[in-house]
Write a protein that binds this ligand. Structure first.
Ligand SMILES: Nc1ncnc2c1ncn2[C@@H]1O[C@H](COP(=O)(O)OP(=O)(O)O)[C@@H](O)[C@H]1O
Ligand SMILES: [Mg+2]
Length: 156
């Protein structure tokens, strides 16, 4: 078992650094849940991750589209935001189940709004701290444990 990783992120740059660390260890097939209130830094983290992977364009929040697909650095990556799901199964009706497959990486904001999501490999919980944010990374599968170990080893 790999212990959860707790980090204090004093400012936006620290959140972006975590996103870049995540980018280094992503492999196809991973599903990562991003939890935390509005403004906790979920989209900031994904944006930094895509930047680190070399995505040159604008990374917009998929709040209304529910998902934004990216092909970057040989990865197929789907960035979901389920905040505005009208009902918990809407994502299934929209045909997004196929995006959770062995060849893709899925990063999911507001997973708690969706029903029947595939079990994630990693949960990243972000919350407002008195100053900055606190992050907790929890491995939920063997792949998640490998990922968390790599992130921790890179922690320096
Ligand atoms: N560690 C941090 N400390 C302080 N502010 C942060 C930190 N990380 C991100 N932010 C700021 O908080 C906001 C987070 O917004 P966003 O990433 O859209 O949140 P979410 O997707 O969780 O709703 C942004 O304005 C960003 O600049
Ligand atoms: Mg967001």
């Amino acid at each position: 078992m790999v212990a959860p990783l707790e980090l204090h992120l004093p400012d936006e740059t620290a959140t972006e650094a975590l996103g870049a660390r995540l980018a280094d260890v992503l492999v196809p097939g991973l599903s990562i849940h991003l939890e935390g209130d509005l403004g906790a830094g979920k989209t900031t983290l994904v944006r930094a991750c895509l930047r680190a992977l070399g995505y040159p364009g604008k990374v917009k929040s998929p709040t209304y589209t529910l998902v934004e697909p990216y092909t970057v650095s040989k990865l197929q990556l789907y960035h979901f935001d389920f905040y505005r799901l009208r009902e918990p199964r809407e994502w299934l009706d929209a045909g997004f189940r196929d995006y959770f497959n062995a060849d893709a990486v899925c990063l999911v904001e507001w997973p708690e709004k969706a029903a029947e999501l595939p079990a994630p490999d990693l949960r990243i919980a972000l919350r407002h701290a008195p100053s900055g944010r606190d992050a907790m990374l929890v491995a939920l599968s063997p792949a998640g444990e490998r990922l968390l170990r790599s992130i921790s080893n890179g922690a320096g």
